[in-house]
Design a protein around this ligand. Structure first.
Ligand code: SF4
Length: 195
């Protein structure tokens, strides 16, 4: 079966999901964005926000637009190179961080998506995504840009943590060592890993 069909079946399964509390308040499941047949990297964000919940597409609000700008600067093509998901498929009320129980309830879908796409690289976009797969106490600022080899599902995978674009909205400088400058460096590293 082609990746697209397998993912479509999984999405159908997800549509009526009420495995955690988030199912009660969502408007739409936010399943994924990107082309599963050409994607070389999976980018995992935190959770859907208001715009994502309205549209059913991840990273479409202000943070998503900023992410698009950074991708353009580094030559990563969102529609071709990335498959974008979140740690949970439904919006947490008031955009709070999803709980460990909610993430655990939704993990089945996430792991299946990773298995189907089988990416060259996994990008943990922000602390919530990083902590879902790595040491919960680590700060993203200490480890971003490092290439980690982690066992995910039944396979060792190259993973790289980066800042979440919503964090970058607070900073504007591109000076050496600034958060935006580090984001560009990390995305350039990812570009080299997927080329
Ligand atoms: S967040 Fe995931 S587990 Fe919870 S209801 Fe939505 S799809 Fe189901």
């Amino acid at each position: 079966m082609k990746k697209k069909e397998e993912l479509e079946n999984l999405k159908q399964e997800c549509q009526g999901c009420m495995k955690c509390e988030l199912g009660k308040t969502r408007n739409n499941i936010v399943f994924s964005d990107g082309n599963p047949e050409t994607a070389k990297a999976i980018l995992i964000g935190e959770a859907p926000g208001e715009n994502e919940d309205k549209t059913g597409t991840p990273f479409v609000g202000r943070a998503g637009k900023l992410l698009n700008e950074f991708l353009e600067k580094t030559g990563i093509i969102r529609e071709k190179d990335l498959y974008i998901i979140n740690t949970v498929k439904c919006r947490p009320p008031k955009n709070r961080v999803p709980s460990d129980d909610e993430k655990a309830a939704c993990e089945k879908y996430l792991l299946k998506q990773i298995e189907i796409i089988n990416p060259k690289v996994m990008i943990f976009c922000g602390a919530t995504a990083l902590k879902s797969f790595y040491d919960k106490k680590i700060q993203i600022s200490k480890i971003r840009g490092e290439v980690l080899e982690l066992e995910i599902g039944s396979k060792k995978r190259k993973c790289i943590p980066i800042f979440h674009p919503s964090y970058l909205l607070r900073y504007h400088s591109l000076e050496e060592g600034s958060p935006r400058n580090l984001m560009l460096k990390d995305l350039n590293k990812i570009k080299n890993l997927i080329d």
